[in-house]
Design a protein around this ligand. Sequence first.
Ligand SMILES: Cc1cc2nc3c(=O)[nH]c(=O)nc-3n(C[C@H](O)[C@H](O)[C@H](O)COP(=O)(O)OP(=O)(O)OC[C@H]3O[C@@H](n4cnc5c(N)ncnc54)[C@H](O)[C@@H]3O)c2cc1C
Length: 388
Amino acid sequence: MSFSAQPLDIFIIGGGPAGLGTAIVAAQHGLGVAVADHSHPPIDKVCGEGLMPDTLSAMKKLGITVGHGEAVPLRGIRFRDADSLTCVEAEFSQGFGLGLRRTVLHAKLVERAAGLGVALLWGCRVSLGRDGQVFCEGRPVHCKWVIGADGESSPSRKWAALEQTRYEQIRFAARQHFCTTPWTDFVEVYWARDCQIVVAPIASEELCIAVTSRRPGLRFRDAFDQVPALASRLRNVCALGKVRGTRAALRRLRRVCHGRCALVGDASGSVDPLTGEGIGLAFRQAVALVEAIKRSEGHLSRAQSNQLHSYQAAHDRIGRAPRLMSRLMLTMDAHPQWRQRALRILAAEPSLFSRLLDVNVGELTFSRFGLGNALRLGCRLFRPGWEL
Ligand SMILES: Cc1cc2nc3c(=O)[nH]c(=O)nc-3n(C[C@H](O)[C@H](O)[C@H](O)COP(=O)(O)OP(=O)(O)OC[C@H]3O[C@@H](n4cnc5c(N)ncnc54)[C@H](O)[C@@H]3O)c2cc1C
């Protein structure tokens, strides 16, 4: 392990997309940053590996580009109901998304951070002493700001006394890659009895398949039995690597910063994987956090608890649409009849689905989605006996 003998501006715990994204933005602003992660790059993780158009815009601002052949362009999102076979799809109204292997994204973030002079400490576990001192592999860390970017089950959230939630809903997820020619350039979401299966093309001969479910015991392969159309497509297809599992949370914290500590990415709360917005959110939070830190520099004598209040406000605002979309997805998951009705309505009026997709990817605000659209959707959903 090596990092500067000089006190750092920012020490970041966790070198996933949120930690590296924050380090890149901080370094772009001339701050001295170190990132410590107990794993070694490129770090893989359970992920649907679909990057929405707004995530790509955020990545561009970090100076990250994706070359031809490294990823697969995605045209939009398609929902399919496994029981009723209802299908609804919408194209992204601005640009395109990308199917990109998680390890490729991580390698790019690492390369960019290193190029900007960020100290990268791999294989280093961070811990907290009794007096609140942060240690990296047993050595005390001296810095102005400590950022927790240590993921969904973040230990630093607890250390910073920020673990109080407004709400939390835990599901379970697993992912595996498959070697086959993608049959579509849409991200497909199959809605089944106990789970959703997300299929994203990530290379000319490779698919990423992620299963998310309320049932902790649902086995990855058993999920396919609930979607016969997908099971038959995959019957003779070779799986690549092992199935990886994780928890998936919709979580909103009461606070994401306190004194000289702040949380970013999944550590700061997360949205449901079906939104495909986790990584984009982390990058936008990174920008807001570094802006708040820059703004508070020069005011270090002030009561520290107030220093990052603009980050708290920005964090709340940035997550609003994906949080709402997460709730919609979870309601559809929990109430099959309601889901089938919603999908039939959207299939009959695809422009509504397009507008919902625009809201999810930040192309459209709620106010522009319109009270009229919301009421039309709501009335149809809740009108008794409505049939198509
Ligand atoms: C099933 C599923 C599908 C998803 N699909 C998508 C998708 O298609 N598109 C999308 O944008 N998002 C998706 N997401 C969300 C996305 O994966 C997360 O939002 C994103 O990984 C968050 O990044 P992070 O850096 O906050 O956390 P992580 O990627 O979890 O990184 C945290 C890092 O902290 C390190 N760490 C933890 N504790 C310590 C410690 N004590 N010391 C040092 N290091 C530590 C870990 O090693 C890890 O590298 C999906 C999530 C799930 C579960």
